[in-house]
Design a protein around this ligand. Structure first.
Ligand SMILES: Cc1cc2nc3c(=O)[nH]c(=O)nc-3n(C[C@H](O)[C@H](O)[C@H](O)COP(=O)(O)OP(=O)(O)OC[C@H]3O[C@@H](n4cnc5c(N)ncnc54)[C@H](O)[C@@H]3O)c2cc1C
Length: 299
């Protein structure tokens, strides 16, 4: 029987694993993909204290090396169900079944899609959600970025250094990213921002050739070679529906101790109902969760 099973190796899960191991808990960290979570696909990180300007890949790699250096057991298995058996919990993965005293959910979130005409035809073939992964494919080409928040603006800044031209399509009359990033973006000569506009269709036969945008009841065609969508997140929680711990939007409801309504099941990071989803807040949640799991295990 494990003390704690952590589901997801993003910043929240890796921080929790480090705190748990250092507290001598019998811990396993599960990951269904590459370690690092959303951070791996982040081009530049400039707001994580201690790193003035770095890549998301470097932050994620450093965290994962820290995890490995402590001898923490990492299992590359997808968790498909968690059961609360009152005496203990059961975690089912694609490979096996594990028994544990506590569970920490750190499965994070994934980008939302627009859900408009022809989007499926060009998914990962013209449309991307990862500038650092796919940006180089559009060197000296025309790109459209959809969104106006921090992710959209930061990734547009990065993409503007590769692409010949970047058009940012924002559905609001203003950007919502932090002011410093907005200023950097506006000063880029090859960036144009279209406000109050919505992408309503992707255009092209085999290759993406452009997007159709609706602005004040007028349709505008923007020719482009690639589109990057940054329009918010969707929590990764389908496999926890049976526990009754989710809010109406699918996020896990937690209190300030990162406890869910099921005793012994905790959540941390972007997967939680919360105000700010960032690396620092994910890391913060992971540490708090483990401190409270320790108290729970001592009872
Ligand atoms: C484009 C972009 C740019 C960003 N830029 C910044 C920035 O500059 N600064 C900043 O502070 N934050 C930034 N963020 C936000 C930051 O990346 C997140 O807040 C942070 O990664 C959340 O960490 P997390 O551990 O909660 O979840 P995640 O990073 O989402 O990690 C969750 C992990 O759980 C795994 N997982 C999911 N389901 C399962 C399962 N069933 N079984 C096993 N494993 C599973 C996933 O594969 C993933 O590795 C950015 C995000 C994006 C998308």
């Amino acid at each position: 029987m494990y003390d704690i099973l952590i589901i997801g190796s993003g910043p929240a899960g890796m921080t929790a694993a480090i705190y748990a191991k250092r507290a001598n808990l019998n811990v396993v960290l599960f990951e269904k993909g590459a370690p690092g979570g959303q951070v791996v696909s982040t081009a530049e990180v400039e707001n994580y204290p201690g790193f003035k300007k770095t890549s998301g890949y470097e932050v994620a790699t450093n965290m994962f090396e820290h995890v490995l250096s402590l001898g923490i057991q990492v299992k590359f298995e997808e968790v498909i169900e968690v059961l609360d058996l009152v005496t203990h919990k059961v975690v089912k993965t694609t490979d096996s079944v594990y028994e544990t005293k506590t569970v920490l959910i750190t499965t994070g979130a994934v980008p939302r899609t627009l859900g408009v005409k022809n989007e499926e035809n060009f998914t990962y073939n013209g449309i991307s959600w990862c500038a650092i992964c796919d940006g180089p494919l559009y060197k000296d080409k025309k790109i459209v970025v959809v969104g106006g928040g921090n992710s959209a603006v930061e990734e547009s800044i990065y993409l503007s250094s590769l692409a010949s031209h970047v058009t940012v399509v924002q559905n609001l009359p203003h950007l919502t990213a932090d002011l410093k990033s907005q200023e950097i973006l506006r000063n880029k000569e090859n960036v144009e921002i279209i406000y109050d506009a919505k992408v309503i269709e992707f255009l092209g036969d085999f290759n993406l050739e452009g997007v159709k945008v609706l602005k004040q009841d007028k349709e505008i065609l923007i020719p482009c070679d690639g589109v990057f969508e940054y329009i918010g997140l969707r929590p990764v929680t389908d496999m926890f529906k049976n526990l009754g711990i989710l809010n109406d939007y699918g996020y896990v409801k937690v209190n300030s101790k990162m406890e869910t309504s099921v005793k012994g099941i905790y959540a941390a990071g972007d997967v939680c109902e919360k105000q700010i989803r960032q690396i620092v807040t994910a890391v913060n949640d992971g540490a708090i969760a483990v401190q409270n799991i320790l108290k729970y295990l001592e009872q």
